[in-house]
Design a protein around this ligand. Structure first.
Ligand code: DGL
Length: 292
């Protein structure tokens, strides 16, 4: 039996998923949360699909053992290669990063040229392109995706997705080099082709990239940035609402976010990085261990 008061469980390869948690707290402030960061095994983005699937299953089992009412795969890499495995072992609903951001990108584009950036594993999986092309083909006239007034106003004839793996952004963000000239140079190089192609919408297909949003806007003014965490939070409101599982009590005052943190390791930079992502202090995380 799933109760409204049960927590929402989010997991990520590490600390980056806090950018997703931040969006959930913003859109669903009255929920209780459990966040699991697999900090001992991060990064997942350059690991094999088989390994990411195995890690994802372990994280999922852990959250299920905490009686979560919803599992949020707060990691684009896991969402790209292992969402079916997570769904297969979960008896609660699962939300990943791909579908909400893919539909948001289709809604946002005006010229049909969508860029997607992510880790190597995310880009090699082609998960975003497949989702965007399949939704666009099937549902262009579907009101749930693009309202009829929008589709009349913006009669997009074609959608083309341009992918680019940007593996250096994760370590640059984790080193706190967000405003560093080296990051700017690397971003210019990574984004050059997308810019030349004339994309008008860019999917930030990695937990760390929202922290570089200002840099992307400086390099590509007028390009819509799609934050996968934000759109997954909006999808969660809808899903929990449909299932009558929203904990939001309109009479209650918005309280301090209720989050229990679990990690598989506490690296020396943990607090610094967590603060950068979340802007509030994490209560001492509990260490858990799985496999190896
Ligand atoms: N959380 C990962 C993602 O969103 C980035 C870090 C990693 O490679 O594990 O793809």
């Amino acid at each position: 039996m799933i109760n409204k008061e049960n927590p929402i469980g989010l997991f990520d390869s590490g600390i980056g998923g806090l950018s997703v948690l931040k969006q959930f707290i913003k859109f669903l402030p009255n929920e209780n949360y459990i966040y699991l960061g697999d900090t001992a095994r991060v990064p997942y983005g350059n690991k094999s699909v088989a390994t990411v699937k195995r890690y994802a299953a372990e994280c999922t089992e852990f959250l299920l053992s905490k009686n979560v009412k919803l599992i949020v795969i707060a990691c684009n890499t896991v969402s790209s290669v292992a969402i079916d495995d997570v769904i297969a072992i979960s008896d609660v609903p699962v939300i990943g990063m791909i579908t909400p951001a893919a539909t948001a990108a289709i809604r946002a584009t005006r010229n049909g040229k969508i860029g997607v950036i992510g880790t190597r594993a995310t880009i090699e999986s082609d998960a975003y392109s497949k989702a965007i092309y399949s939704f666009y083909d099937n549902d262009l006239d579907d009101d749930s995706l693009i309202s009829s007034s929008e589709s009349k106003e913006f009669n997009i004839k074609n959608i083309t997705v341009y992918n680019k793996a940007c593996p250096l952004f994760v370590p640059l963000v984790e080193e706190g080099l967000i405003n560093h000239r080296a990051t700017k140079l690397i971003a210019q190089d990574y984004l050059e082709n997308l810019k030349t192609e004339g994309i008008d919408t860019l999917v930030l297909g990695c937990t760390h990239y929202p922290l570089l949003a200002q840099l992307f806007t400086d390099l590509m003014p007028n390009v819509n940035l799609i934050d996968s965490g934000e759109h997954s939070a909006v999808a969660a409101i809808r899903l929990l609402g449909e299932k009558n599982l929203l904990n939001a009590d309109s009479d209650s005052l918005i309280k301090k976010p209720s989050v229990k943190f679990f990690v598989t390791d506490i690296p020396s930079t943990f607090n610094e990085i967590a603060n950068m992502f979340l802007n509030f202090d994490i209560s001492k995380p509990e260490i858990v261990s799985f496999g190896n």
